[in-house]
Design a protein around this ligand. Structure first.
Ligand code: SAM
Length: 291
């Protein structure tokens, strides 16, 4: 059996052999715990007719167990120095390939068309670079890529925000954006000590399962998200004050109160107490008024 790339001994050997100094600026904290790698892969529910897009393979710690389960793995890595290392570590897995590129700049629809035509399902599975976690997740969701799951390691706090229900301090526009597109499940909490080098925060693996249909009917998605952003503009203010400031002049601010009441939302509530279905009704009523 092939030795795990993600065990501490092998990782250190690979880093030493290639004289690789890891870059903090690229979020290079490599995972060295085979049990956690196993949990990530198992959460992705892979089979041989499915494919995976991995973001940031590093030296291949996660790519290797993914390649054992999936029919195809394409890994997108920004750091050119890792490419020769990956071609060595992933040599036994010809159905795992590496593309040199930046996930935020790559044409992902074109990549899907080129790479995943034959797959029954495609999932994104990754130990994400933390400096761009939210932009990556939002890009994957907003581009409406045909994904089954997104299983990713993120900062614990970001995973908690993505999965937070209304009513608490973690619930915000990120929770609403993610939960609009996906069901969320925290798979496991990961202590900082299992990374080389250890990051300054604990982590979590979160599984996002893309919904066929959004949980509520929204006619104008862009406007729905604009209303959500506006509602959270200043968290300590009431939803009435935040919406008033964004959509109404001083003279007709009262109208914000009428629309909130018409939408079944008490104007003195704060944005963090308002659910996705309530935001859907609110954005519909507000749009009708503004048009
Ligand atoms: N998958 C490996 C693991 O689990 O050990 C490495 C994970 S490390 C947290 C993040 C990886 O993302 C690094 O390999 C880093 O070079 C890569 N990366 C950083 N920014 C990137 C970007 N914009 N596009 C693609 N890869 C990126």
């Amino acid at each position: 059996m092939e030795e795990a790339i993600g065990n501490p001994k092998r990782t250190n050997q690979v880093l030493k052999k290639h004289g690789l100094v890891l870059k903090k600026s690229l979020g290079q904290n490599f995972l060295t715990d085979v049990n956690i790698l196993r949990k990530i892969v198992s959460a992705a529910e892979l089979t041989k007719d499915k494919a995976v897009l991995e973001i940031g393979p590093g030296i291949g710690a996660l790519t290797q167990p993914l390649a054992k389960e999936a029919g195809k793995v394409v890994a997108l890595e920004i750091d050119q120095r890792l490419l020769p290392i990956l071609s060595e570590t992933l040599e036994p897995y010809p159905h795992a390939s590496v593309i040199h590129g930046d996930v935020l700049k790559q044409d992902l629809h074109a990549l899907f068309k080129e790479q995943f035509q034959d797959a029954s399902e495609v999932s994104v599975v990754a130990n994400l670079p933390y400096y761009i976690t939210t932009p990556i997740i939002m890009r994957l969701l907003e581009e409406k890529l045909p994904l089954e799951h997104i299983v990713v390691m993120t900062q614990k706090e970001v995973a908690e925000r993505m999965s937070a229900p209304p009513g608490g301090k973690d619930y915000g526009s990120l929770s609403i954006a993610v939960q609009y597109y996906c069901d969320t499940e925290i798979v496991t909490i990961v202590p900082r000590g299992v990374f080389v080098p250890p990051p300054n925060v604990d982590s979590a693996v979160i599984k996002l399962t893309l919904r066929g249909e959004p949980p509520v009917q929204v006619d104008d998605e862009a406007f729905f998200f604009e209303v959500v952003q506006a509602a959270f503009a200043q968290r300590r203010k009431t939803i009435y004050n935040n919406l008033g400031a964004r959509f109404f002049s001083k003279e007709n601010k009262k109208q914000a109160e009428i629309i909130l009441l018409e939408s079944g939302i008490d104007p003195s509530r704060r944005a963090e107490t308002v659910s996705i279905p309530e935001y859907a009704v609110l954005s519909r009523n507000l749009k009708k008024y503004l048009n």
